[in-house]
Design a binder for this molecule. Structure first.
Ligand code: FAD
Length: 415
């Protein structure tokens, strides 16, 4: 096996986290060689667009990359694309590429993201089943979203809902099938869940909650028949499955690093091997002030963790913890979520659901742990600050719209 002389930082994976690690390492003055190895053909691109603009007519693929080729050149980055990493040898500090080549590293950053959770049922024919994770998946899907085509989406989470919104806009007929009793059941309050259902139904989506798909059969008319546990069925030209993501942590598991639904890392992003870090969707960490060992799947998390790892490698001060956040675009509403939902001990509503502009605040014993805002960027920005302040909040102020949200932030921070 050929071994290239590369003693410096090697990043496995070419997504948001990898791109940010490069940016932060160079900004912090890291002078040595950086090599990025990705199994995708495209340099890091903006994955959230795949379920949004990339499914709409008129989208230009040139809008996807996070940076132009010159950006990597200027930073003296070696991009190794369309190349899978097959193994890590942590004792020799090398990685093995699928080509048979080995690369040595001083620091290895795992930024391998995740893959869609598969719909697996032995009684199913999966030839018309599609997933959405990569630019190729989005291109295939976009070609299918045609007027009057019957699209059935399994899974009422963010990806399923965003695909539904794009599909309806393209003129397709859409059914969402969700196993739980509500949409966004594990990640949103009942207010937002009900609002989202209302919006989709108003736009013509058929929503079937509490329905489990038992089998997908192909019929002679080149459509699929989805059979439900309750005996019902629905026909589909195409089926899109959005039932969650599984971390790409196999490399770490095989190398004997601590893993459990993702690669376990400390506050600096370090794995159980001091020379190996993990960032983004593939990793799991404690998140201040939420404490719990979480695997977050968001752009914000990928960026924050990459910055932390760059600080650890360059031995510079660790950036302050950030409030986790996420967003979702469906039709003409923007949902922005700050913090982490941990159930619904106390929810406080600001604004009116009927107007399509409101926020739901989730509190534990007077402390804000999350907020969801629909078309309310001001509330969202304030919520991030209120959460990270770690201070008790007077909930009557939150419900009182005569008190500007900025005033609540001010009064809380001056306590
Ligand atoms: P990824 O972007 O998944 O990158 C991982 C890379 O590693 C991939 O290129 C993969 O091919 C490569 N790789 C994996 N294994 C290997 C290997 N062995 N060898 C070489 N390469 C490897 N987040 C938001 O905050 N807001 C949104 O609205 C939003 N919308 C989304 C919509 C879609 C359709 C999807 C799929 C995700 C969305 N997300 C959103 C999530 C967000 O995109 C991810 O959290 C973010 O991209 C994570 O970045 P990452 O670098 O950790 O992983």
């Amino acid at each position: 096996m050929h071994q290239r002389n590369n003693k410096q930082v090697v990043i496995v994976g070419g997504g948001q986290a990898a791109a940010q690690a490069i940016q932060s390492l160079r900004e912090l003055g890291f002078p040595e060689r950086i090599t990025l190895v990705s199994d995708e053909a495209l340099a890091p691109y903006y994955r959230p667009l795949l379920s949004k603009q990339a499914l709409q007519a008129g989208f230009e693929p040139s809008d996807l990359p996070l940076h132009p080729a010159t950006w990597y050149k200027e930073r003296d980055i070696e991009l190794v694309l369309s190349q899978r990493v097959d193994a890590i040898n942590k004792y020799e500090k090398t990685i093995e590429l699928h080509s048979g080549e080995a690369l040595s590293y001083e620091y290895l950053i795992l930024a391998t993201g995740g893959k869609p959770r598969l719909f697996s049922n032995p009684r199913s024919d999966l030839s018309r089943v599609h997933y959405l994770r990569t630019v190729d998946d989005a291109a295939r899907l976009r070609a299918l979203l045609q007027p009057n085509r019957k699209i059935v989406i399994i899974g009422g989470g963010y990806i399923g809902l965003e695909v539904a919104s794009a599909a309806i806009t393209s003129g397709a007929t859409v059914t969402i099938v969700e196993q739980q009793q509500t949409l966004l059941s594990r990640v949103a309050s009942s207010h937002v869940s009900r609002f989202v259902r209302f919006i989709h139904e108003q736009n013509g989506v058929i929503v079937k909650t509490g329905s489990t798909v038992e089998a997908i059969e192909n019929t002679s008319q080149s459509v699929s028949r989805l059979r439900f546990g309750d005996g019902g069925e629905v026909l589909a030209d195409d089926v899109v499955v959005g039932i969650g993501m599984v971390a790409n942590d196999e490399l770490a598991i095989d190398a004997g690093l601590g893993c459990g639904n993702g690669v376990l890392v400390d506050e600096a992003g370090r794995t159980t091997d001091p020379n190996i870090f993990a960032i983004g969707d593939c990793s799991r960490r404690s998140t201040h002030p939420f404490g719990a060992n979480l695997r977050l799947e968001s752009v914000q998390n990928a960026i924050e963790q990459a910055r932390r790892v760059a600080a650890a490698i360059t031995n510079t001060p660790r950036p302050n913890a950030e409030c986790p956040w996420f967003w979702s675009d469906q039709y003409d509403f923007k949902l922005q979520i700050a913090g982490v939902w941990t159930g619904e001990p106390e929810t406080v509503l600001r604004g009116s659901i009927e107007s399509g502009s409101f926020s739901v605040f989730l509190l534990n014993d007077g402390y804000l742990s999350a907020a969801e805002s629909i078309n309310r960027p001001g509330d969202f920005a304030a919520a991030k600050r209120l959460i990270m302040s770690g201070k008790r909040i007077d909930t009557s102020m939150l419900t009182d719209e005569t008190i500007p949200i900025r005033a609540i932030v001010k009064s809380t921070s001056s306590d």
